[in-house]
Design a binder for this molecule. Sequence first.
Ligand code: NAP
Length: 291
Amino acid sequence: MAETGPTGAPGVPGRAPSITGSTRLAAVIGSPVRHSRSPSLANAAFGAAGLDWAMVAFEVAEGRAGEALLAVRALDLGGLMVTMPHKAAVIPHLDEVTPTAAALGAVNSISWVEGALVGHNTDGHGLVRSLRIDDGIEVSGFRCVVLGAGGAARAVVHALAEAGASDVAVVNRTASAAEVAAGLAGAVGRVGEAADVAPADLVVNATSVGMGAEAGSTSPLPVDPGRLGPGQVVVDLVYQPLRTPLLTVAAERGARCVDGLGMLVHQAALTIERWTGTDPDVSVMARAARS
Ligand code: NAP
């Protein structure tokens, strides 16, 4: 049971976490960070696996990423997740970054590798892995449209190309950003247009359109719903609400719908696996994220 691991699953009402002198501490840094689901996800995974680890959130003001990294070294934290506004700012303070994080210019997780602090970006790989493991969908050979060209879109574009997509079209309000994002998919990347949506096998909303919408509503939408239909997979990275306007209309039009929780869970699972050497239970993590 998640609640009875050595960490005592911090946050379980009425139960004190059994943190001891040997507990390994990890953290997420960001600003704002109090809304972050990462500690709940990670602590659920630690508890379920019986790992003597715990995770907390640290509010770190913009411009102070370097000090936070010095603290990681001084306190010998087990690892760090990184959210806005520090994803690029941490890079100069690390010993190494992976090729993916370097290409994206953004780090969302940090781990120790043989005494060195290494920055990773697990966002895009998290989506590809969630589609594969949770939904049985392999994107290899898929014609993909990514709506948006911000941080999440760039990670997804890069990961889809790496996973063997045959075409990755980036459709974005600002053309210059679309060009940069499309460049991350190499030979299969291009700037797309709305008409690319209809023939696509996979459509990913990586814009923030739909964020905060009333659950079950049918607006606002990042794409003309008339372009969606059966035979397509439609993913919305927005996870507040989980049932976004896009997913509501896409389901009505017969498309297969995937919400943003899978990416959230799997990008964290990849990080926890790297920190602890243990494959975390993603179903426990998903339950924690939902609650
Ligand atoms: P970001 O860097 O700020 O990028 C936002 C993108 O949305 C840009 O491409 C922007 O277009 C576009 N956009 C914003 N308002 C728009 C509008 N009214 N019409 C059309 N396009 C609009 O944000 P991000 O970090 O990439 O995050 C994007 C979304 O993904 C957020 O909802 C976030 O919560 C979600 N997300 C989910 C996960 C997950 O694990 N599920 C992970 C990361 C992010 P311009 O370039 O024209 O400004």
